[in-house]
Design a protein around this ligand. Sequence first.
Ligand code: UP5
Ligand code: MG
Length: 190
Amino acid sequence: SNRCNPFITFVLGGPGSGKGTQCVKIAETFRFAHLSAGDLLREEMSSNSENGTLIHDIIKEGKIVPSEITINLLRKAIHSSGNHKFLIDGFPRNEENRIAFERIVGVEPDIVLFFDCPEEEMVKRVLNRNQGRVDDNIDTMKKRLEVFKKLNLPVIDYYSAKGKVCKINAVGTVNEVFEKVRPVLAALRY
Ligand code: UP5
Ligand code: MG
């Protein structure tokens, strides 16, 4: 393709809906760079940076880290990737994130994948994960679900109104869900 802008896919869905798992498979199959906002924040948190404590406390409460911090991490990762197709996993979380990304990075997403999953399934997946995340406990999970509904669903609605959202039913095995994602990605022209 002769486009100059990067091809941006936002990957959204509630906590535990399977965004990260599906992104790994999409990245392998379709050669996208996978940038997880949550992973970048967790790395920053454990790197003893000046924002480490702030990020830890916000994640523990299931709240949203200020846009400035997250967008800086994403911007650096985009520019150093050498790729031009991106999966931005778990971002933007709220309207402020969305507006700041479009202003600072200067592009809108080409498509938004929304992994739609029932709450009880998301809770089950998150509580079974056991990888030591400070937010994988029932108390924080309840807060993450509330923040998702209140702040992230409106972002999904915004892009839906622009015809950019592809909603995927996230129930089923990892491979079953991926077989629903595959044709969507295969149809893209970038
Ligand atoms: N699993 C996956 N798919 C499955 C399937 N089909 N069947 C059965 N099990 C399945 O999956 C979760 C678990 O389920 C895993 O154990 C997996 O094996 C299994 P995963 O792929 O990790 O789901 P994902 O949607 O990525 O869940 P995650 O917990 O990462 O979602 P969150 O959106 O809550 O987490 P994220 O890392 O994006 O954000 C964490 C926190 O960081 C936020 O709460 C917030 O405080 C902060 N944050 C910001 O402030 N700003 C940002 O921009 C991003 C994050
Ligand atoms: Mg994730």
